[in-house]
Design a protein around this ligand. Structure first.
Ligand SMILES: [Zn+2]
Length: 295
């Protein structure tokens, strides 16, 4: 893990989740995401302080534990203020909501009680919305990147866009099989928005720094289209969610072997079904207390 300079006063910290760091004239730093836990947070804090910067603020792009799990430690040890969108704020502040929504709204069982699904809670000091603004003395633009989660935000500064999980590196798409998107309409709009941006550099949280985001967006959009076609093809005859999930996952070489992975994939499939129901491309039928989706 090190501090990589992108442009004047804008850096990124490479890790399992890439983090952004923006520094103002007073050597005060604004961090974009925190990594998953106290251990990552400690390293980030040391790195920032070794460079002579004082951590003043943290923008959390979305409320997934691998992005926000380090926040409680950083807030406790530096007093940094936390910024997030109104939609992500409730889950950041009451993190059990994430495994709760994954497990159908019920109390999540033991396999969800770990750092991958259940971050420590952190209070959001200020709600942010898309647009240009000054945060901790840094001129930034908050960019709407809804799709992966309902309220995901990106941060643009000095020709750099921190893209969070709106797109993943083309090389990682096959590893994921079907990338996680909670809102397909939002994701497709976000893809278009990204292609219209004119930044010099883009940093997906899972991937490497790129100068051209268009091929990255193209690969992500193509996987969404392929998944959509796969699911629609399946629904020539009625199928339950479980049947759709099993065939779609096999089609993209996904091999589910634990509860967390199963419910993440279920959420992903539900987003496609939601999109197709709302566009009246598919409908439901009920028989023997079973719900099936069909064209
Ligand atoms: Zn995420």
């Amino acid at each position: 893990m090190k501090l990589n300079k992108i442009t004047e006063n804008v850096y990124y910290i490479d890790s399992a989740v890439n983090m952004g760091l923006i520094v103002n004239e007073a050597n005060e730093a604004l961090l974009v995401d925190t990594g998953i836990d106290d251990s990552v947070a400690r390293k980030v804090k040391r790195l920032v302080e070794e460079c002579g910067y004082k951590l003043r603020g943290i923008i959390l792009t979305h409320a997934h534990a691998d992005h926000c799990g380090g926040a409680p430690h950083l807030v406790k040890t530096t007093g940094a203020a936390v910024y997030a969108t109104a939609t992500e704020k409730p889950v950041l502040e009451c993190p059990v909501l994430e495994p709760v929504y994954l497990f159908g709204g019920a109390y999540p069982p033991a396999p969800f009680h770990n750092k991958f699904f259940l971050a420590g809670g952190v209070g959001v000091d200020e709600v942010i919305a898309p647009g240009a603004q000054k945060i901790c003395g840094c001129e930034v633009e908050i960019v709407d990147l809804a799709g992966h989660t309902l309220g995901q935000a990106g941060v643009a500064v000095a020709g750099v866009l921190f893209c969070a999980d709106s797109v993943i590196a083309p090389g990682v798409i096959d590893k994921h099989g079907i990338p996680l998107n909670a809102d397909l309409a939002g994701a497709l709009e976000t893809f278009n928005r990204l292609e219209g941006r004119r930044e010099n550099y883009y940093l997906p949280a899972h991937g490497t720094l790129v100068e051209d985001i268009v091929p990255v967006v193209g690969a992500n959009r193509q996987r969404v289209i392929d998944t959509m076609e796969c699911i629609k093809g399946l629904l020539e005859s009625p199928k339950t969610v479980e049947e759709i999930l099993a065939v779609a996952c096999s089609n993209f070489n996904i091999n589910i072997n634990n509860m967390g992975q199963y419910y993440l994939m279920q959420l992903t499939i539900m987003a496609y079904l939601s999109y197709l129901v709302d566009r009246k491309e598919i409908t439901t039928e009920y028989s023997g207390n079973r719900q099936s989706f069909k064209k």
